[in-house]
Unconditional design. Structure first.
Length: 132
């Protein structure tokens, strides 16, 4: 959760980072994270899934040409942490695309770290629900 919250600055990643700080503080006081924490992790895993879905949809030319996300550096795109990793010049031919070479490594790795976090959180929450 710490890496997912710190890799890219956005409003959604703030939730992951605050959850990491809260759970690590709770553990520092010798408390056990049990079923209540597993329920919170399940909710966070749904949020991560929706965020990865929207990041994937943002690669479509229709999505960032919409009035809300009129540019990839627009206000809402920056707040939500959306970046164009794949550049498609012609909306009719999706097989002609380029990788955005102006991005830093953290912006490119952000969706992959979110997917890894999703799998770890889902596994850990299931483990807590079954064993505790």
């Amino acid at each position: 959760l710490c890496i997912s919250g710190a890799i890219s600055s956005s409003l959604i990643n703030l939730v992951y980072f605050v959850l990491f700080l809260g759970s690590s503080t709770y553990l520092a006081f010798n408390k056990n994270l049990l079923k209540k924490f597993a329920i919170i992790l399940k909710i966070v895993s749904i949020i991560i899934f929706i965020q990865v879905l929207f990041i994937t949809c943002f690669q479509n030319p229709w999505f960032y040409s919409n009035k809300i996300f009129h540019t990839s550096n627009g206000f809402y795109a920056r707040i939500l942490g959306f970046t164009r990793i794949i550049i498609i010049d012609n909306a009719q031919h999706f097989n002609n695309f380029e990788i955005n070479d102006q991005l830093s490594l953290d912006k490119v790795l952000h969706p992959f770290i979110l997917m890894a976090t999703y799998y770890v959180i889902t596994y850990y929450a299931s483990y807590i629900m079954v064993n505790f």
